[in-house]
Design a protein around this ligand. Structure first.
Ligand code: PMP
Length: 402
C-alpha cells in the first residue's frame, strides 16, 4: 500500500523552537506593500529596483560566457572565503583611484553588501550592545543589527545628514559598538553628508574611539555636483571604518556581489563569520564581475544619464502632485527622493487609497529607529520612464486627494 505524505504546507502546524532573535525580528514591513504593488498596472515608486531595461545583458552574458569557456574548472569550483584575487585586485584599483589607497588584501568579497552588514553584526555585536544609526535609516540594516540583539539608537540629523554634536553626545552616553551610516545618497532620504561633516565624524571617531560602518551602494550614481570622499578617507577614520560597496546598482543586483574593506583584525573576524555563513560568494559571479569591471565605467555613465532624466522628471512633477505645504529634497544622485506632507497627513493610512489609483510609494514611518514622522514618504525615481513618472504622479495626486 502506498502511503501518501501530506505536502508540508498541509501538515499540522507544529510551532518550531525559534530563537529569541527570530521571534523578535519581524520581516520587512515593506514586503507586504511590495506584494500589492506587483500588479502590472501599478506604477511602483515603492520598490528600490534598478531599471531592468538598463541591465547590460550582452556585456554580462559575454563575461559569463568567457569565464566559463576559458576557466571553467576555476569558475565552477569552491574558492577562498576572501574572494577571487582577480576581482579584489580590480576593485582595489578602483577604490584607490577614488582617493582611498586600498590593497587587494584589504578587501573581502561578500554576497551583496547586505551580507557585509550581517557579517559585521556577527563579528562586532553582543546582545544588548548599542549601535548608533541615522534617523531615518536603511531598513534591512536595522534587521541585521536586530538579529544580533543590538539596541539601535537613533542619532538626530537634518536635511544634510547626521548632527555631529548629537553623535558625539550619544557616543559618550551609549558607548556604542559602532555608528552605521549611508553618507551618500542615503536610503531612504537621498541626502548626502557634506565634506565638513564627514571630517567632523572622522574626528569624533578618532577622539572618542568610535567605529564606523560606512555603507555606500549608491555613490557611483551621481547626477550632478562634486563627489564627496568616503568618511573612511578622512584623518582619524581610516583605521576604524568598515566600508561597504556593491555591484547591485552598477551591474545587477541578481549577481549578489558586494565588498567590505576593513582593518585587518575586523576583516579576519568577518572572514570567519562568512565561512560559517556561505563559505564564499559564487566563484563564477566573481570571475564574471572581474571581467566586467573593464567596461563598468562606460555602463555606469549610461545608467547615470537615464537616471538623471528620471530624477528630473520626478522633481518637475512633484509640485503638482503633492499637497500644498509639502517639502522634499533634491538628491544629487542615487535612487530615492524623500518627501514630507503637511502634518495632518499620515502616509501609512493613505497608502491603500493611493494604491487603488494604481500607484505606490513607501510610507516613511518604518524607516525610523527613533520617533517616526508619519507624514513622510519615499519615492524611487529610477525604475520608470519619465512618461510613466508623469502618469504616476498624476495618480498620486488623485490618491492623496481622495
Ligand atoms: N545598503 C543600503 C543602504 C541599501 O539600500 C541596500 C540595497 N537596497 C543594501 C545595502 C544592500 O544591497 P546589496 O546587498 O544588493 O548589495
Amino acid at each position: 500500500m502506498t502511503v501518501i505524505q501530506p505536502a508540508l504546507q498541509h501538515a499540522r502546524a507544529v510551532v518550531p523552537p525559534l530563537a529569541a532573535r527570530a521571534r523578535s525580528v519581524g520581516g520587512s514591513p515593506l514586503r507586504d506593500i511590495l506584494a500589492v504593488t506587483a500588479r502590472p498596472e501599478v506604477i511602483n515608486f515603492a520598490g528600490g529596483l534598478p531599471a531592468p531595461e538598463l541591465f547590460d545583458r550582452e556585456g554580462i552574458a559575454a563575461a559569463f560566457r568567457d569565464v566559463l569557456a576559458e576557466t571553467p574548472a576555476q569558475a565552477l569550483q569552491y574558492a577562498t572565503t576572501e574572494g577571487e584575487p582577480i576581482l579584489r585586485t580590480g576593485l582595489a584599483a578602483r577604490i584607490s583611484a577614488r582617493g582611498l589607497a586600498t590593497d587587494a588584501d584589504d578587501l573581502l568579497i561578500t554576497t551583496g553588501s547586505q551580507q557585509g552588514l550581517s557579517l559585521l553584526a556577527t563579528a562586532l555585536l553582543d546582545p544588548g550592545d548599542a549601535v548608533l544609526v541615522e534617523d531615518p535609516c536603511y531598513l534591512a540594516a536595522l534587521q541585521a543589527f536586530g538579529f544580533a540583539g543590538a539596541r539601535v539608537v537613533a542619532v538626530p540629523g537634518d536635511a544634510h545628514g547626521v548632527d555631529v554634536r548629537a553623535l558625539e553626545e550619544l557616543v559618550a552616553r551609549e558607548r556604542p559598538k559602532f555608528f552605521y551610516t549611508v553618507p551618500t545618497f542615503q536610503n531612504p532620504t537621498g541626502r548626502t553628508l557634506p565634506a565638513e561633516r564627514r571630517a567632523a565624524v572622522a574626528e569624533v571617531a578618532a577622539r572618542c574611539g568610535l567605529w564606523i560602518v560606512e555603507d555606500d551602494p549608491y555613490g557611483e550614481l551621481r547626477y550632478e555636483g562634486e563627489r564627496v570622499p568616503w568618511i573612511a578617507s578622512y584623518p582619524g577614520a581610516e583605521d576604524r571604518t568598515a566600508l561597504l560597496g556593491s555591484f547591485s546598482k552598477v551591474m545587477a543586483p541578481g549577481v549578489r556581489l558586494g565588498w567590505l574593506r576593513a582593518p585587518a583584525a575586523l576583516r579576519r573576524a568577518c572572514v570567519v563569520a562568512k565561512q560559517a555563513a556561505d563559505l564564499h560568494t559564487p566563484t563564477v559571479n566573481q570571475l564574471a564581475a572581474a571581467r566586467y569591471l573593464t567596461g563598468l565605467d562606460a555602463h555606469v555613465a549610461r545608467v547615470r544619464d537615464v537616471y538623471r532624466e528620471r530624477r528630473d522628471a520626478m522633481l518637475a512633477g512633484l509640485p503638482g502632485a503633492l499637497p500644498e505645504g509639502s517639502t522634499w529634497g533634491r538628491p544629487e544622485g542615487g535612487m530615492f527622493l524623500w518627501a514630507r506632507l503637511p502634518q495632518s497627513y499620515d502616509t501609512t493610512a493613505l497608502l491603500p487609497k493611493v494604491v487603488q489609483q494604481d500607484v505606490a510609494y513607501v510610507p516613511g514611518a518604518p524607516f525610523y529607529a527613533g520617533e517616526p514622522d508619519p507624514s513622510t514618504l519615499r519615492l524611487c525615481f529610477v525604475t520608470q520612464t519619465p512618461e510613466e513618472i508623469g502618469e504616476g504622479l498624476k495618480r498620486l495626486r488623485k490618491g492623496l486627494r481622495s
